[in-house]
Design a protein around this ligand. Structure first.
Ligand SMILES: Cc1ncc(COP(=O)(O)O)c(C=O)c1O
Length: 295
């Protein structure tokens, strides 16, 4: 399939307060964000014209900025309004929304105290094809050699570009070996998350186990699925998990804005059989984001 480059598409992008033609949404090559990874972003999804958890994503965008010692120059309400206006201007009802902030070109050095913060929002069509049977086959994950860093080594709770370097490396390595994604352990050897999604396991008693997000992103989908599972009377335990704990788990799934609830069939040599619990949560999440149920 031919790739359509992201800099050569039709539509509008919201850039620093204005709707600009997609191909004109440019930043200079000498931008701090590009050279020093002073860029944070959000990935959001609209279902039937409504962004799921839009305000929470905006809140996280601001806190990611603040963790990198800059801030969004406009209010959260203005960001939320811009996202909605952008979807309408591009006539997108089911799509992906990418909001991002980065330091500009005023300074090109480690110190970046005087840089201006740029804000942009792009959105593109991304319908969610709900096919539970295909989903239920489950995806396969390699176990990455890269480890999620300690909170003393990086701003681990920011959705910051720099933290994705090891995710891209891990994902490439996994894809070369024929896996679809990679599970990352943390600096202590505990199970952390996938390269762009959180992970859950289900044991023989149908209890959900998920790592404590103490050195990685506490995903908005993760938090939603925990509440969803509890509303379905499922027990949820947040704890440190060792790779060997996977041997006792029956089911496994990933959660994320892009992944939604994605069953997993294999991680390294550990296998899982996506069954009732996965199916229930896949369906409940789809019902929730499409407004068929409330939480
Ligand atoms: C590294 C990483 N972890 C977890 C998640 C899941 O976060 P959310 O559910 O907020 O999309 C994402 C997706 O944004 C991610 O990139």
């Amino acid at each position: 399939m031919a790739l359509i480059p992201f800099d050569d598409r039709d539509g509008l992008i919201w850039l620093n307060g204005e709707m600009v033609d997609w191909r004109d949404a440019k930043t200079h090559t000498l931008s701090h964000g590009l050279h020093y990874a002073s860029l944070v972003f959000e990935g959001e999804r609209a279902y039937g014209g409504t962004i799921f958890a839009g305000a929470e994503h905006t809140k996280r965008l601001r806190s990611s900025c603040q963790m990198l010692d800059f801030d969004i120059p406009i209010s959260n309400e203005e960001v939320d309004e811009a996202k909605i206006a952008l979807l309408a201007a591009n006539k997108i009802t089911d799509g992906y929304v990418r909001a991002f902030c980065w330091r500009g070109s005023e300074m090109m050095a480690i110190s970046a105290q005087q840089t201006k913060t740029h804000v942009a929002i792009a959105a593109w069509e991304w319908p969610s094809y709900f096919d539970p049977e295909t989903k239920m086959r489950g995806i396969t994950l390699d176990i990455a050699k890269w480890k999620r860093p300690s909170p003393e080594s990086a701003p681990v709770h920011a959705k910051a570009a720099g933290l994705y370097t090891i995710c891209t490396l891990s994902k490439h390595e996994a894809e070369k070996k024929g896996f679809q994604d990679a599970l990352m352990l943390d600096y202590r050897g505990y199970i952390a998350e996938a390269t762009g999604a959180n992970v859950f396991f289900i044991d023989a008693e149908s209890t959900l186990h998920t790592p404590i997000p103490d050195c990685f992103l506490n995903g908005i989908t993760r938090q939603t699925v925990i509440r969803l599972a509890q509303s379905l009377q499922m027990k949820v335990v947040e704890r440190h998990l060792q790779p060997e704990d996977m041997a006792t788990m029956k089911e496994c799934f990933l959660t994320g804005t892009a992944a939604e609830v994605t069953p997993v069939a294999r991680i390294g040599n550990y296998t899982f059989t996506p069954s009732d619990a996965c199916r229930q949560l896949v369906t409940a999440y789809d019902d929730l984001v499409n407004g068929r149920i409330n939480l």
